[in-house]
Ligand binder design. Sequence first.
Ligand SMILES: [Cu+2]
Length: 165
Amino acid sequence: MSRRHLLCLTGLGLLACSLPGFATSVTADHGWIRLLPGNLPAAGYVQLHNEGDQAAMLTSASSPRYGRVMLHLSSNRNGSASMQMVDQLAIHARSQLRLAPGSFHLMLSQATAPAPKVGDKVMISLHFDGGQSLQVPFVVRPAYAEDDGSTAPTGSASSSTAASP
Ligand SMILES: [Cu+2]
């Protein structure tokens, strides 16, 4: 159970949770960046949770580490992969939206020097309709990474046990 859920059970929490605006209703976790070599743009992924009663609209994003951050959607039409810009992304009431490889992502380009490297934590601000923003830490991961690395790889423990004498 998240801290927010606990807060909502208290009297003060009830008041806070009933206030309009999503600043108290949208949270983000598992932020990570897939770094690509050279000057290729990097991609940012994150999970957004809207625990409020109203939809929240993500309209843009920015970062001190990247000169340009765009909302993108990857698609695969007739076997060819492509990306398109997205004006805004809705996180519906009481639901979540996952920015993930092959789907929605943040396209990060024009990295500021020194360029982000694997292991860095990059702050990205997510800007929502209505003027509020959310500061989210993104951990930088290598090009081959599939997720934020917070889940331990499965299977490695048993294989190493089998290999030991
Ligand atoms: Cu893209």
